[in-house]
Design a protein around this ligand. Structure first.
Ligand SMILES: [Ca+2]
Ligand SMILES: [Ca+2]
Length: 305
């Protein structure tokens, strides 16, 4: 994960918690409007798919929810992200300017009757890959050739399993993570890796500060391995089936190259220079970077290996 992806995830984590609060407020506001108009129909925005778009591109984005009448108006929290409604209900053409601010952005729909809850659209520097179904079986996965890969997928029906094939050399480490809970998607996602025979070699359910999974796995022999994404409904209920519906969007990140998890030390005093040891996977040995905090103008600085 490079610095921009890490900053994006950090931004999403912070916003995910505030989103649930703001959504509750939006629902209350919408409910008040509905109660004051017998024919009211404020738009309902369950999710946007794909959940991420690259700067400098134009994309077809599907809004999942209820929109009557169509088109609904749309609000985005940043400039440079222009939604144009298409003829079909729920479809937008989204133009993302080359200088659009990178990170997770809040979006909501509205009309004369009220507003929808807030949902995320992530703007990123990286090229995006879209899931291609059918990919349910480990023997018929979607081949991933370009790394690091940023895949926009969806567990679209009950029981859905999404399979992605990755070629690994001996000693190469796969780093895989999913954003689903972090995107306010109603799924508690699971990741696993199987070999060519379908034997599970790695898996993870909750990989860090949220319910989203994160795993690393080092290949003991060269070959093609399959990463599978599936999940359970969130909030949890009595069902033990793999969840799936139009709202269950996710982002899958796959890397088999250099990946920095953290540095030692974790901080540098402003005005000082330090050698930072890099700790992660697929890094050169020794892995370190000279960090000059005498010239850092703001609170953030990027360094590339
Ligand atoms: Ca799928
Ligand atoms: Ca599938």
């Amino acid at each position: 994960m490079d610095a921009s992806s890490r900053n994006c995830l950090r931004s999403l984590l912070a916003r995910a918690f505030s989103l649930r609060f703001r959504s509750a407020n939006a629902c209350f506001f919408a409910a008040w409007l509905v109660s004051n108009s017998a024919d009211a129909a404020a738009p309902v925005l369950d999710h946007l798919f794909p959940a991420a778009v690259q700067v400098g591109t134009t994309n077809v984005v599907t809004a999942v929810g209820k929109f009557d009448p169509w088109p609904a108006k749309i609000w985005v929290d940043a400039p440079g992200i222009v939604f144009k409604a298409e003829t079909n209900s729920g479809k937008f053409s989204v133009e993302v300017a080359a200088d659009a601010p990178v990170g997770g952005h809040l979006v909501r729909l509205y009309n004369e009757q009220g507003v929808s809850g807030l949902r995320f659209l992530v703007v990123t520097k990286e090229r995006q890959t879209e899931e291609v179904e059918p990919n349910n079986e480990f023997k018929k996965p979607q081949m991933i050739d370009a790394f690091p890969a940023f895949i926009n997928g969806r567990l679209e029906k009950s029981g859905d399993v999404d399979s992605y094939a990755v070629a690994l050399e001996v000693g190469q480490t796969l780093v895989a993570s999913v954003e689903a809970y972090t995107l306010a998607s109603p799924v508690d996602a699971v990741l696993r890796v199987v070999d060519a025979r379908g034997v599970q070699v790695a898996w993870n359910h909750d990989g860090g500060p949220t319910l989203d999974p994160f795993l690393t796995w080092t290949a003991k022999s060269a070959g093609t391995y399959v990463v599978q994404v599936f999940g359970f409904g969130y909030p949890a209920d009595s069902s033990v089936n793999f969840v799936g519906n139009a709202k269950c969007v996710y982002r899958l990140h796959l890397s088999r190259g250099p990946y920095v998890n953290h540095t030692v030390p974790l901080g540098v005093p402003r005005g000082r220079k330090r050698t930072l040891e890099l700790v992660g996977w697929n890094l050169p040995a020794p892995a370190s970077v000279e960090f000059d905090a005498t010239t850092v103008a703001g609170d953030r600085s990027e360094a590339r290996l």
